[in-house]
Design a protein around this ligand. Structure first.
Ligand code: NAD
Length: 477
């Protein structure tokens, strides 16, 4: 059984639930379903462990954090196979990118913690103010299933490196690599109570965690409606909310066409399209629209869908039957709304699948053209391999459509005109813009969104917002 880790001990729960390989239907493990009392015990353990961990010499704490990074690096093959089995994500991505990135998260924040500085504010020769950045306390770390290990470690690494203690709740659909992380954390020497893991559903375990009075901060990644629920119910705590997206890709006819085409295909179909920063609204300027649609659909048709464990597979299984119903439901909505389906569709690619995958939740890379920005497929987060191609006239037209959406996470721009780059970068309502580039992460930069995509930023010094409290010390001279 996958157990909770509470105060350095493995704890079973009376109730359990199953975690299933979405590609094959195989039950991978029974998982302890943490009760509210167990969540409270984990939060209390984190509170008790906080003073010693927060006051440990930074060099010593960072060494332990680095060791955890090393242990992840040593176990990339096992972790990536587990992550792929638990989520349906293609192994080529978990092994080559998503799991290795988790090690970098620990190395990066181990170093960042050592370099932490406050500010000084002298008031003439009378007074001196200086700021101390101190850890926030007990942090609830809540993660979704789409890239669970990477997202979970993106929270754990800064939280622990900066001197906080934590209680993590991974998605009930993808608990396996978080369980592995908990084992590696003990092996790295993280003291009892500093890192706790509780497993369970949002409405039970999650709810107990966000309302626990010992929790000082919540770093949440997940859906926008869950984020709103947490803000409304958690009480007075610090929040970082990394929520949904419907990120625009703006492709002008003066772009480097082949690179833009490659990036747009990768941007929506990688990670099964189950990606918060997916370029899921693709705006293409009128002069190149027809050619782009044709070539985009041809690329989509060539993408290998199938066994996530096969290194050649580019799109694996969606996470669950419920999510498959949602994604294929949107494909049917797109057809009803009058968009033109030019690749894929709502049917499972059964003839392409071997028998053991016939029950998996596969969706063919799907492409719609003649989409308008007011259609539901252009407005709502589908979170699957479904691309919508929308024509635009000029700069004003595309900026207005890009901003006419409830979300504001990432945005992507393809043009050779440097003036246009600066104007659009200022005008688009999004937390991030990538120009002539795929979504490339530099861990020093702020990650997060505006509008329905959330509040707060994580990454580099921006992680201090949630994981540290700046204290001002004012001294008379
Ligand atoms: P979700 O909101 O359903 O669940 C996310 C996590 O919250 C899970 O662990 C879940 O158990 C927990 N949860 C649910 N209800 C809760 C409650 N009442 N109290 C406490 N915890 C609760 O989201 P999901 O379906 O797992 O993930 C998909 C969503 O995540 C998409 O909208 C996607 O865009 C978003 N996402 C955002 C980012 C980002 O960085 N902005 C990254 C990845 C995914």
């Amino acid at each position: 059984m996958i157990k909770n880790l509470i105060n350095g001990k493995w704890v079973e729960s009376k109730e359990t639930f199953e975690t299933v390989n979405p590609a094959t239907g195989e039950v991978l493990a029974e998982v302890a379903h943490a009760t509210p009392e167990q969540v409270a015990a984990a939060c209390q353990a984190a509170k008790n462990a906080f003073p010693a961990w927060a006051n440990m010499a930074v060099a010593k704490r960072s060494k332990i954090i680095e060791k955890l990074g090393d242990l992840i690096a040593d176990n990339v093959n096992e972790l990536s196979a587990l992550e792929t089995a638990d989520t349906g994500l293609p192994l080529y991505q978990t092994r080559n990118a998503l799991i290795p990135r988790a090690s970098s998260n620990f190395y990066f924040f181990a170093e960042k913690a050592k370099q932490m500085n406050g500010h000084t504010y002298p008031m003439d020769d009378q007074m001196l103010n200086y700021t101390l950045y101190q850890p926030t306390g007990v942090c609830a770390l809540i993660s979704p299933w789409n890239v669970p290990f990477m997202t979970g470690t993106w929270k754990t690494a800064p939280a622990l490196a900066l001197g906080n203690t934590a209680v993590m709740k991974q998605s009930e659909l993808s608990p396996l690599t978080t369980d592995f992380l908990a084992k590696l954390a003990l092996e790295a020497g993280i003291p009892a109570g500093v890192f706790n893991v509780v497993h369970g559903f949002g409405s039970t375990t999650g709810n107990a965690l966000i309302t626990d009075p010992n929790v000082n901060a919540i770093s949440f990644t997940g859906g926008t409606s869950t984020g709103k629920h947490i803000i409304a119910n958690a009480g007075l705590k610090k929040f970082s909310m990394e929520l949904g997206g419907k990120s625009p890709v703006m492709i002008f006819d003066d772009c480097d066409y082949e690179r833009a085409l490659d990036a747009a295909v990768f941007g929506i179909f990688s990670i099964n399209g189950e990606r918060c920063t997916a370029g899921s609204r693709i705006f293409v300027q009128e002069g190149i629209y027809d050619r782009f649609c044709e070539e985009f659909a041809a690329r989509a048709n060539k993408i290998t869908v199938g066994d996530p464990m096969n290194m050649d597979t580019k799109v694996g299984s969606l996470i669950s039957q419920g999510h498959w119903d949602k994604v294929t439901g949107y494909i049917k909505i797109g057809i009803e709304e009058g968009a033109t389906l030019i690749a894929g569709g709502p049917e499972k690619p059964l003839s392409e699948l071997p028998d053991h995958l016939k029950g998996g939740h596969f969706v063919r890379p799907t492409v719609f053209r003649d989409v308008t920005n007011n259609m539901r497929i252009a407005r709502e987060e589908i979170f699957g391999p479904v691309a919508v191609l929308i024509p635009f006239k000029d700069e004003a037209d595309v900026v207005s459509m890009a901003n006419d959406n409830d979300y504001g996470l990432a945005s992507y721009l393809w043009t050779q005109d440097v003036g246009k780059v600066h104007r659009i970068a200022r005008s688009v309502e999004a937390g991030m813009m990538f120009v002539n580039s795929q979504n490339v992460r530099d861990l020093r930069t702020p990650f997060g969104g505006v509008k329905g995509s959330g509040t707060g930023r994580e990454g580099g010094d921006y992680s201090f917002e949630v994981f540290c409290e700046p204290k001002n010390v004012c001294i008379s001279m």
